[in-house]
Each structure stands twice: as structure tokens, then as C-alpha cells.
Design a protein around this ligand. Structure first.
Ligand SMILES: C[S@@+](CC[C@H](N)C(=O)[O-])C[C@H]1O[C@@H](n2cnc3c(N)ncnc32)[C@H](O)[C@@H]1O
Length: 220
């Protein structure tokens, strides 16, 4: 199926709240576990940057799994960042997690030379996908870990319907709609590989890890 872009920022309060309240524990725990498989022992006591951190669920899980690291999360949607502040506060992680309001590209981030750059489900929102890879290259130190997970666009409308039924049947309608739109806006692994090559990150690998997700990982 052809890709159908969706809006970049998730700044509608009801949309952001429905997203923050959804149970993404399986996918987000998998994100953290796969990072560790790809980069054992990292980022240690280093600093990690999360691009498009949304309500900070991945950020909080990552911070708990890596108690020595510090993290910066950036997002362009104030509605999401308000929810992220609550999540970071509830997890008592304010001393290690910094949240930054910023639109990519263009946001000036406080750090440079991050030891790891991570991102979950940002790429399919971006009007220009190179923004993710260029931002990672700009802010990660040479050799830093890059780990990105996102959705996989289905081949056919029937497959799209099947995935929405399988994974969002009981979800509120706003979330079902967003999931369907996100699947339609998502990239396929060959498209991601081409983006990485174009960004000079051709040594990064892309791997399908579930019926609806791929990961891309490698060194900056
Ligand atoms: C689907 S959510 C993913 C949030 C989080 N990473 C997670 O996995 O739960 C995508 C997030 O990217 C943010 N976003 C989209 N385009 C952006 C841009 N150009 N600059 C900054 N943030 C952006 C949205 O506001 C939204 O919070």
C-alpha cells in the first residue's frame, strides 16, 4: 500500500491523553530489552537522547533499566510533554531525566555528544524522514549507539484491518484511529534501509521484530 502521511505533532490534549493511557508495556519493554541485546552494557553512566519522547513511557522504562545513565527527551508537543512531566515525576526520575520542548529539525538541544540516541515511533510522523537520522548524527558522538523502533506499513488493506483488530479492538476510538493512521504512515524496512544509506548510516541494520514493528540499530 502507498504511504499516507499523518500529522507530525500529537498536540491535541485528548489524543495525547489517550496515547499516554494506552498500555504499550509489551512493545516498550521489548524496546528496552532489544536495546540491551544490541548494545550490552551501554549506555552505562553516559547520557542518552530520546527523540520524540511523547509521554515518556519509553524514557521511564529505559531509565529504570539503566540506573546510572542520564536521559534527555525531546518532543514538539506541549500536551505530550505535560504528560511526560507527570510520568517522570511519578517515577521519581527528575534528577536523571530532562524533558525538552523542541520541534525537529531546528530545536537546539542542551547536550552534544550523546552516548546513545533512541527513538520509538517518531519516524512515521516526520514529513521528512531524514530529520531523524540527521538529528541523531548531529547530537550523538561518533560511535554512539543508535536504536530506533517504529511501525511497519502493511502490504494490503486486509492486513491493515487485521492488525487494527488484533491490537486495538478494545482501545478507545481515538486510539484505534491513530493506530490505523500510524500504520498507514509507517515505513517499510527497505525504505528505512534506503534512508539510512542516504544519511551515511548504511552500516546500521534493520530487522523486523514483530507483526507490526521493525528496529534499526548501529553506530553513529
Ligand atoms: C507516536 S508518539 C511516540 C512517543 C514515544 N516515543 C513513545 O514511544 O511512546 C510520536 C511523538 O513524536 C512527536 N513528534 C512528531 N513529530 C515531531 C517533530 N517534528 N519534532 C518533535 N517531536 C515530534 C509527537 O508530538 C509525539 O509525541
Amino acid at each position: 500500500m502507498d504511504r499516507k502521511p499523518e500529522p507530525e505533532l500529537m498536540d491535541d490534549e485528548a489524543q495525547a491523553l489517550a496515547y499516554a493511557q494506552a498500555d504499550f508495556s509489551e512493545a516498550h519493554d521489548r524496546f528496552v530489552a532489544l536495546f540491551t541485546e544490541c548494545f550490552p552494557g551501554e549506555p552505562g553512566s553516559g547520557v542518552c537522547l530520546d527523540l520524540g519522547c511523547g509521554p515518556a513511557d519509553v524514557l521511564v522504562r529505559f531509565a529504570r533499566a539503566h540506573p546510572a545513565c542520564r536521559l534527555d527527551g525531546v518532543d514538539g508537543a506541549p500536551a505530550m510533554l505535560a504528560l511526560a512531566e507527570c510520568a517522570v515525576g511519578a517515577a521519581h526520575l527528575q534528577d536523571r531525566v530532562r524533558l525538552i520542548h523542541g520541534y525537529l529539525p531546528g530545536a537546539e538541544l542542551p547536550g552534544r555528544d550523546y552516548d546513545a540516541v533512541i527513538s520509538n515511533s517518531l519516524l512515521h510522523h516526520l514529513a521528512v524522514p531524514a530529520v531523524l537520522w540527521e538529528t541523531a548524527k548531529r547530537y550523538g558522538r561518533p560511535g554512539a549507539a543508535l536504536f530506533v523502533m517504529d511501525l511497519l506499513r502493511p502490504d494490503t488493506p486486509a492486513r491493515l484491518d487485521e492488525l487494527v483488530r488484533r491490537h486495538a479492538a478494545d482501545a478507545p476510538s481515538v486510539l484505534q484511529r491513530d493506530f490505523r493512521n500510524s500504520l498507514l504512515a509507517a515505513y517499510r524496512p527497505d525504505e528505512v534501509k534506503a534512508q539510512l544509506e542516504h544519511a551515511g548510516l548504511g552500516s546500521c541494520r534493520v530487522s523486523v521484530i514483530s507483526d507490526r514493528h521493525w528496529i534499526a540499530f548501529g553506530r553513529l
